[in-house]
Design a protein around this ligand. Structure first.
Ligand SMILES: [Mg+2]
Length: 338
């Protein structure tokens, strides 16, 4: 039966492990990232790389906030309550537990802490980072069978921190991608992209145009594809000053790249993760988004257990706890119509 429990577990664990695999080289250029892929992912030695004082397995803000989105859904009996989720975002910042924070999300959390409501807290354009897309994958599990509610929830969870329509489109694209793969036995990229464009077209033209071109880029080697995806849809006024090379935290390019990486090898979680990291830039986030989509398609059995078992968030919320909330989410969702 589709979707299966294994797919819900694969979505959350796939997101967290992608994030943890990208974290050691977040913000690094393509040379460092391809060396890291070769020496630490393809041919890992005994000592797996962490970052700063964090051991390998630590996942970052992307997955901390995706995890808390699932907890909010579970603890509200399968309802999405934006005010409850906003409170959780504020709390994780207030308690200084966030790892690798994004600028807009941080400012929005400060607004919440200062008393703003969830409808007032978000940062307006031209801020258009990937902070609301990076945590949107669980929305695909909550509403895989209801595109209208999926769209509303993806946007509402997003506008707590980001209000630019490009950010809304990015969040809907990631949630929509998860919803689509949960229900398919086989991925045919052209069909998948057509269905995904139906989700995104009413919201934002830039991401729509990128998704329309993605089937062409899929025929190219990643080194060629990244040259067009990286700068795609940039407007003056956003991130020109960033020293990020190739895939920056700009929502359009990072969402496009994460979908490209999944569609390159839908049959392999690890190859998809490698494609999401090897190009350099904001790679904890591209790998988190790719990992959620790939894990949701393939299920938990295709995710390397020896690495997934090391997942941690500062000595809490490791593999077992993450599996438990994914399981609860599945049981709540699947009991809806009984
Ligand atoms: Mg991060």
């Amino acid at each position: 039966m589709k979707p299966s429990l294994s797919q819900f577990q694969g979505c959350l664990i796939g997101q967290c492990l992608g994030d943890a695999l990208g974290f050691p080289v977040e913000g690094y250029g393509p040379e460092s990232c391809s060396t890291y892929v070769e020496e630490n992912i393809r041919h890992p030695s005994d000592k797996i790389l962490g970052r700063a004082h964090y051991p390998f397995g630590q996942y970052t803000d992307d997955s901390q906030l995706a995890r808390d989105l699932i907890r909010s859904y579970n603890e509200n009996d399968g309802q999405f309550r934006p005010e409850d989720y906003a409170r959780r975002i504020a709390t994780i910042f207030e308690e200084n537990r966030i790892v690798g924070r994004g600028l807009a999300t941080h400012q929005a959390a400060e607004n919440l802490i200062a008393g703003a409501s969830w409808e007032e807290s978000g940062i307006p354009p031209p801020s258009a980072g990937n902070g609301s897309a990076m945590r949107a994958a669980p929305v695909g599990m909550f509403f895989f069978d209801n595109p209208k509610l999926l769209t509303k929830c993806a946007i509402d969870q997003g506008r707590i921190t980001h209000t630019d329509p490009r950010c809304h489109a990015g969040a809907v694209a990631i949630a929509g991608a998860v919803a689509l793969v949960l229900c398919e036995d086989e991925i045919i990229p052209s069909n998948f992209l057509t269905a995904l464009i139906d989700y995104v077209r009413p919201i934002d033209p830039t991401l729509t145009q990128g998704l329309e071109k993605l089937h062409i880029w899929l025929d190219w080697d990643y080194k060629e594809a990244v040259k067009v995806v990286g700068p795609f849809g940039r407007k003056a006024g956003y991130d020109e000053s960033y020293s990020w090379r190739y895939i920056s935290p700009y929502v359009i390019s990072s969402v496009l790249w994460s979908i490209y990486a999944f569609l390159k090898t839908p049959e392999s979680y690890m190859e998809a993760i490698i494609t999401s990291i090897i190009i350099g830039g904001d790679v904890d986030t591209t790998a988190a988004m790719t990992g959620a989509i790939s894990g949701a398609f393939l299920g938990i059995k295709e995710i390397p257990q020896e690495w997934a078992s090391l997942l941690t968030d500062q000595n809490s919320w490791g593999y077992e706890e993450l599996m438990e909330i994914a399981t609860s989410c599945y049981n709540i969702k699947m009991s809806e119509n009984r």
